[in-house]
Design a protein around this ligand. Structure first.
Ligand code: SF4
Length: 691
């Protein structure tokens, strides 16, 4: 003789949560009413009634000001809204798994999907789900109903207690008939386990009892499953329903129960079975033994699955299907001090945990998630060392000599020298950043791991550089960022590689320092002027041809024009005047006045605006000669003046033998850019610094 009670028998997470909450509420509050039966179990319903908790069938039936409880089945959007308006307070105990279905159908029906629910159309949970669909739903439970659906866009969900095989079968049919079908298998895991265990045990026993309310849909489904495998299957609500006319001698007896069956009801059934067996003279199995079998036992070091029941600021409560709930302290969730429990889990989540300790006396089971993360992460880290894989993690702490990066739940030490590809004095700048790194060393015995961010960055830089040099060519344009400014020019990052824009390339006008044009961090459009692939030096162009003032001047000025200009500087042989920004011309000393002039400053002053006549233009060499004298009246003693001027001219030629009216090449502006080099010249040495 053998009695087996399946492990999953009894309250599921959602029902337990609802029942516990209502009992706790009834301890401290009056005027509690539940919208519909809390669970399909008359013993619980009767007991709650004794505690002053009533049940109403409709929101209208509850007096205003009452505490109205929504049970685990949930309700539709409209009912919830009416409840909130009518009751003094609404306590919504909709099971998180059911609430998830509400969200799915609300979102998809808003996107014009036809909602198909596999379930019992009269069941409160299904009615509640329908109440979140914008245009109702198709509720099906049989193949013929599925066959009749011919729709364009379908979103399919299941009642949480639906039969898995039936659901899969109906999905196939709907997929055949409809164009686009999105399927959400919303059958609750607790239901799946319960059904699987019922299926399994009913194949091994001679008599099967399914304990649960007659109105309980999931109990009925359990009965259907068991009855297929075991002809002697009985759906009983309590011990009183146990058939007396059966000889249980030498029989294997299986017991399962619906999600809303209290453990007390299961115990009573087991006890009655014992008595029955005794009365038949069969060696009994002790009640305690049978009940112990019905509960899981936990040991330190076990890895078990559970469902998150509650998330508190400092801990998480997990339903393990054990006698009492388990607790994960925040410090056992993650090593990241910035992360709160609510960032990691939420009520209803299925979670795998490590049993750190079982304290039966206090009824506490201490759990850890971080340990399992660490174990799983360690495997990945060992693999990563072997194949030199790149991992990513969050910088959680700066310690002496480096920083700690949390990688796959494992603390990885990164020495300061390996924290970046550049020297960084203050590593706190990396705190809370996600970084990529390579594991460089592990010590399995001491569980120590060392990594390098620098290694990854260097590889990335190398790859970028190789790609750059493969594509680089003179004339190619880039959008770059100014990285540094030196007196001779600026270094610009053009995608992982730096190039130099020489000062002469920054402006068509005369500038004294690159900072007059650019600042560090500026985004600039540049092009390659010159490449030295061997030395890896790049000269960049910045000035645009269309902004060349000499090109504009060519359009504007002609020989013979009388122009307004400004005296900008003196030389012994004449005065330079600015015709327009970036374009200067020369008034030779002989052309400043109609008399002998000792030095230009005798007749002119810097900044003075004067009129002069253009006497000669050499566009090729960017030289413009002007005369102020040509605009002055002819003196009476012209012959004498002429002689004087010729003498002056002769003197000037003596000083400037190369050209009568032009300064030496190093004085005359070859372009109106006194730095007129090509960007490579005197800065090549410096350029290597930035590459
Ligand atoms: S069977 Fe699943 S979905 Fe339904 S109340 Fe229980 S835990 Fe929630």
């Amino acid at each position: 003789m053998e009695i087996t009670v399946v492990q999953s028998a009894g309250f599921c997470f959602g029902v337990k949560r609802a029942v516990d909450s209502v009992y706790a509420l009834s301890d401290s509050r009056d005027g509690i009413v539940i919208l519909g039966e809390l669970i399909h179990n008359r013993y619980v319903t009767d007991d709650l009634k004794k505690r002053g908790v009533d049940t109403v069938e409709d929101v209208c039936d509850c007096a205003s000001g009452t505490v109205l409880v929504i049970r685990a089945h949930g309700v539709g959007r409209e009912v919830l809204s009416r409840a909130q308006k009518r009751a003094g307070e609404v306590v919504d105990l909709t099971c998180p798994y059911v609430a998830k279905i509400h969200n799915i159908v609300a979102q998809h029906s808003a996107c014009d999907y036809d909602i198909v629910i596999v379930g019992d159309k009269t069941h409160p949970e299904v009615i509640g789900i329908e109440g979140w669909c914008q245009a109702g739903a198709h509720v099906i439970s049989a193949p013929q109903e599925a066959q009749s659906l011919v729709l364009d866009k379908v979103c399919m969900v299941a009642q949480t207690t639906a039969n898995k095989n039936n659901f899969d079968n109906l999905v196939k049919i709907v997929k055949n008939n409809c164009q686009e079908v999105i399927v959400f298998d919303t059958i609750c895991k607790s239901t799946k386990i319960r059904q699987a265990e019922a299926e399994d045990i009913s194949k091994k026993v001679d008599v099967m009892f399914v304990v649960g309310g007659k109105g309980s849909s999931n109990t009925k489904k359990l009965f259907d499953i068991c009855a297929k495998n075991c002809p002697q299957t009985f759906h009983i609500e309590n011990f009183e329903d146990i058939p007396q006319n059966i000889n249980y001698k030498n029989k294997k007896i299986g017991i399962t129960a619906g999600a809303s069956t209290p453990s007390g009801s299961i115990k009573e059934v087991v006890r009655t079975m014992e008595e029955n067996i005794n009365s038949h003279g069969v060696q009994e199995m002790s009640f305690e033994e049978a009940m112990e079998q019905s509960f899981k036992t936990l040991n330190t070091g076990d890895v078990v699955n559970g469902i998150v029941v509650e998330v508190r600021p400092t801990e998480v409560i997990v339903d393990l299907g054990f006698k009492s709930d388990g607790i994960i302290p925040a410090s056992e969730l993650s090593d990241d001090p910035e992360v709160k429990p609510s960032n990691i889990v939420k009520p209803g989540d299925e979670i795998q945990v490590f049993v750190v300790g079982v304290n039966d006396a206090e009824g506490k089971t201490l759990l850890s998630k971080k340990k399992l993360d660490y174990i799983a992460g360690w495997k990945k880290i060992e693999e990563a060392v072997e194949n030199k894989a790149v991992l990513s993690g969050k910088v959680i702490q700066v310690v002496g000599g480096g920083m700690i990066v949390l990688v796959e739940g494992t603390r990885v030490f990164v020495p300061a020298s390996q924290a970046s590809d550049r020297y960084t004095e203050d590593l706190t700048v990396f705190l809370n950043n996600t970084v990529e790194l390579r594991i460089t060393e592990i010590n399995p015995r001491r569980k120590r791991v060392t990594g390098s961010v620098k290694s990854v960055l260097s590889d990335q830089k190398k790859a970028i550089s190789e790609k750059f040099w493969a594509e680089a060519e003179v004339g190619r344009k880039y959008t770059g960022t100014v990285k540094s400014i030196m007196p001779f020019g600026t270094f610009v990052d053009i995608g992982g590689v730096d190039g130099l824009v020489h000062i002469s390339e920054l402006s068509w006008s005369r500038i004294k320092h690159p900072s007059e044009v650019l600042s560090v961090g500026d985004t600039v459009e540049v092009y390659i002027k010159d490449i030295d692939a061997e030395t890896k030096k790049i000269s960049l162009g910045y000035k645009k041809a269309e902004d060349n003032p000499w090109a504009m001047a060519q359009e504007k000025f002609n020989v013979g024009d009388i122009v307004k200009c400004k005296v900008v500087r003196f030389m012994p042989f004449g005065a330079f005047v600015e015709l327009m920004p970036g374009v200067d011309g020369l008034i030779h000393i002989s052309q400043i006045a109609n008399k002998r002039v000792g030095k230009p400053s005798d007749e002119l002053s810097i900044g003075e605006e004067i009129e002069a006549k253009i006497t000669e233009i050499n566009w090729e060499n960017k030289r413009i000669s002007l005369s102020k004298r040509a605009l002055l009246p002819v003196e009476e003693n012209q012959a004498e003046s002429q002689q004087i001027m010729e003498e002056i001219s002769a003197e000037a030629q003596g000083e400037q033998p190369a050209a009568e009216t032009e300064p030496a090449a190093d004085e005359q502006p070859s372009e109106q850019t006194p730095q007129g080099n090509d960007g490579v010249g005197d800065t090549e040495e410096n350029q290597s610094d930035g590459e």
